[in-house]
Design a protein around this ligand. Structure first.
Ligand code: GH3
Ligand code: MG
Ligand code: MG
Ligand code: MG
Length: 295
């Protein structure tokens, strides 16, 4: 696990870094509070931090307050490590937003245990977030989480002037699969389609379950042509798949329809109209006979 050491004293920094590395932590170092805040705010920044109170620039207490005021997805567990003993200081430190308070000189074994507490909290928070954001049947993002992510992706793409495409898919005649083979087979088809979608998308793409048998893919940075190629490959893969039913006695086949909308790098479109355009395109794909892509 990645851990930040924010400590201006070279002496303590070395002791901490050596100790933490020996315990197999991935240590990042800051020698003042401002640098520490920058590191914490980085994408993929550390979720665990040992912070000294008295530091130049931004002191440990201010750093704790700033981290707490910052709205971030993953909770950052903060341990104040300071020579400032006494009840009043401990209260001040914890009230500033520290999760734990350790007085110097510290005992290695105690520090190790307290880091484990932090890791437990972080793991719990990760698990809660996973449960809150993922669709339990298919493992892709649920609608709310997808929309949240899409909202910030659109803003990011507009800021950095890169394009973005949305691919909306809907399984064709899905109701008849449920009606003919039962809900469980329907669920299996949903998992198959979600699995194929996950395998096809690129690293920065993300997928959501938009409705019962509707999925939505966002491809930041992809050209319209690339988005179309992704949809076409997916369409073909779904069309070519077979799902065994009735204990393998027979197979069923499914198809899906796709609607694509595109955000040019210099466009100011909002999320609602982008979704609506993909939805309208999908509607047209259905109307024109299904198992096809419309832009
Ligand atoms: P079209 O080709 O026009 O898309 O028709 P369709 O039958 O796929 O679409 P329709 O909207 O009529 O039916 C969607 C069905 O999806 C109805 C609903 O019961 C089913 N469904 C929604 N969520 C789930 C789920 O989680 N599991 C299963 N098995 N079925 C679901
Ligand atoms: Mg200091
Ligand atoms: Mg539908
Ligand atoms: Mg459908």
């Amino acid at each position: 696990m990645k851990i930040l050491v924010a400590e201006d004293s070279k002496y303590y920094r070395k002791i901490l870094v050596d100790t933490l590395r020996a315990w197999k932590y991935d240590v990042v170092i800051a020698s003042d509070g401002i640098e520490a805040l920058e590191i914490i705010k980085q994408e993929d920044g550390p979720r665990l931090a040992i912070i000294n109170w008295i530091m130049p620039g931004l002191d440990g207490l201010e750093l704790c307050r700033k981290v707490r005021a910052w709205e971030k997805e993953g909770y950052v567990y903060l341990i104040l490590l300071t020579a400032n003993a006494g009840k009043e200081n401990i209260v001040k430190g914890l009230e500033a937003g520290a999760d734990d308070y350790i007085i110097k000189p510290f005992d290695e074994e105690v520090l190790k245990c307290r880091l484990k507490i932090g890791e437990r909290i972080i793991n719990l928070e990760n698990e809660i977030r996973r449960l809150a954001n993922l669709d339990h049947l298919t493992g892709v993002l649920n609608r709310r989480a997808f929309m949240e992510r899409l909202d910030s992706e659109i803003a990011r793409c507009q800021r950095t002037k890169i394009p973005l495409a949305l691919i909306m898919s809907d399984i064709d005649n899905f109701k008849s699969i449920n009606d003919n083979y039962g809900h469980q087979t329907g669920d299996e088809v949903l998992r198959m389609v979600a699995g194929k979608t996950k395998n096809l998308v690129r690293k920065y793409d993300f997928i959501g379950r938009y409705g019962g048998e509707e999925f939505i893919i966002c491809t930041p940075g992809a050209s319209l042509l690339t988005a179309k190629e992704i949809a076409e490959r997916l369409r073909r893969e779904i069309e070519e798949s077979v799902i065994p039913v009735e204990k393998g006695a027979c197979y069923i086949k499914v198809t899906a329809s796709f609607g694509i909308s595109f955000l040019e790098e210099d466009s100011s479109t909002d999320i609602d109209s982008l979704i609506k355009r993909a939805d309208d395109a999908l509607y047209l794909a259905k109307k024109q006979g299904k198992n096809q892509i419309v832009i």
